[in-house]
Design a protein around this ligand. Structure first.
Ligand code: C2E
Ligand code: CA
Ligand code: CA
Length: 415
């Protein structure tokens, strides 16, 4: 967390002798000394006592900033000083994105620092709720979240060996004639004690702990093993053969040997490379663009399909996306589900479809849950449909029975 990386942080100037903050003041901000020097004074009942002199590069006020308690010292400029001001809101917006374990440990450290011999009353702390938003949790909830994260991270390392992971497949259908062209492979974890754990929770954890490489290898092996059995249900879409699409994380594609390793596995299984697509999100690409774009180029040259997942949720500019070798754009379900209620969502859907047409890419709309949305997307020229309206992610054994029902009662889509 480099809070000083922002050039936009405000500077404040103080004259020699001027008080910057006083004992008992609310601690809304911390300071870093850019130029000059300050003295820190404590009053423990017997008058003010100098406890420190801080110069250029030092920070002060950070503890009150984090634990929301009043200032415990008075700070005064010893000479004309320039200070960079760091607001609590800014730090908290960084903290909500931190791991619950880090947040919880920080709370404990702050409590000990404030009151080394006593019990600190329970307080509320900021915690990410995992959906990109944030929630205020008390110590008990924060501790529970931290313990859950730690135990999931530990248990995930056994999940593969203990056969707790399962790969489900969600149908991808051509809007043109509702034929089944392929599947997205989605991993599931059946935890022996906690039950079903969502990939939204454990995939980010696997990325942080490095377990994503083992998990990703398992997903790929399983998808390759299952594909011949799944492929018999699918039909080609023009020149494009049926395909199974797997999600890859940036750390996986960050390893330059990965594309060749994937190609080797497919070759051993006798599967042509165009029958495997990889999906990568915009956000993942932005975080490590150089390495990831090199791997994407290699995968494309080898003949794999490459899909840009969750289109619209990241911040990549369109020019930037044009330069990467995608064969398909997947429109995030947030926009698909809001296209009839939000003008902005509709605009994002339209720009994805326009961009894809310009660049000769296909499009998938994910998260379709009703006939009206499906019909509108079909009229707008989207290539493929994915969503609960057609079929949920399911174990491979359920695909045959699902397809029988689907073909006997095709969904009512109006062009
Ligand atoms: P994603 O890649 O965007 O996958 C689509 C998600 O949307 C899936 O959630 C799918 O079940 C859900 N979905 C599909 N149709 C509908 C619908 O009509 N309505 C609603 N409400 N949801 C729908 P799931 O399976 O929970 O996966 C969540 C995320 O976890 C995935 O988002 C992907 O980012 C990640 N993930 C899943 N499997 C893997 C994997 O094998 N490897 C990696 N790296 N990430 C994975
Ligand atoms: Ca995906
Ligand atoms: Ca997606």
């Amino acid at each position: 967390m480099n809070v000083l990386s922002s050039e936009s942080l405000p500077r404040e100037r103080f004259a020699a002798g001027q008080v910057i903050c006083r004992t008992g003041d609310p601690g809304h901000c911390a300071y870093v000394i850019e130029e000059g020097c300050v003295e820190v004074l404590r009053d423990d009942g017997a008058g003010e006592r100098l406890v420190a002199v801080l110069s250029e590069g030092s920070m002060f006020g950070e503890v009150a900033l984090l634990d929301r308690m009043p200032r415990t010292a008075t700070v005064r400029a010893m000479e004309a000083s320039s200070l960079v001001r760091i607001e609590r809101d800014h730090v908290e917006s960084l903290l909500v994105r931190a791991d619950p374990v880090v947040q919880y440990l920080l709370r404990i450290l702050l409590a000990r620092f404030r009151n080394p011999f006593g019990v600190v009353p329970a307080r509320r702390a900021v915690l990410s709720d995992g959906s990109g938003g944030s929630a205020l949790l008390d110590d008990v909830a924060l501790q529970a979240a931290a313990v859950r994260t730690l135990s999931l991270a530990r248990d995930l390392s056994h999940a593969i060996d203990d056969q707790q992971l399962e790969l489900c497949y969600q149908p991808l259908l051509a809007f043109r004639d509702m034929s089944l062209v392929g599947f997205e492979a989605l991993v599931r974890w059946h935890h022996p004690r906690l039950g079903a754990v969502s990939p939204m929770e454990f995939v980010p954890l696997a990325e942080k702990t490095g377990l994503i490489h083992r998990t990703g290898r398992w997903v790929l092996q399983r998808a390759i093993r299952d594909w011949p059995e799944l492929k018999v249900h699918c039909v080609a879409d023009g020149d494009l053969p049926p395909f199974v699409s797997v999600n890859l994380s940036a750390p996986e594609l960050g390893r330059s040997e990965v594309p060749a390793a994937i190609a080797r596995q497919l070759e051993q299984a006798g599967i042509p490379t165009p029958e495997l697509h990889v999906e990568l999100t915009e956000t993942e690409i932005i975080h490590s663009v150089d390495v990831v774009s090199a791997s994407l180029d290699t995968l494309r040259r080898m003949g794999f399909g490459v899909a840009l997942d969750d289109f619209g949720t990241g911040y990549a500019g369109l020019d930037y996306l044009r330069s990467l070798p995608f064969t398909c754009i997947k429109i995030d379900k947030v926009f698909v589900q809001q296209m009839h209620t939000s003008e902005r969502a509709m605009q994002i859907v339209k720009s994805a479809l326009e961009l894809a047409t310009q660049l000769g890419m296909s499009t998938v709309a994910e998260g379709i849950e009703d006939a009206r949305t499906a019909s509108e997307l079909a009229r707008m020229g989207c290539t493929y449909a994915q969503g609960y309206f057609f079929g949920r992610p399911m174990p491979k054994e359920q695909i045959g029975p699902w397809l029988q029902v689907f073909r006997s009662r095709p969904p009512p889509i109006e062009f």
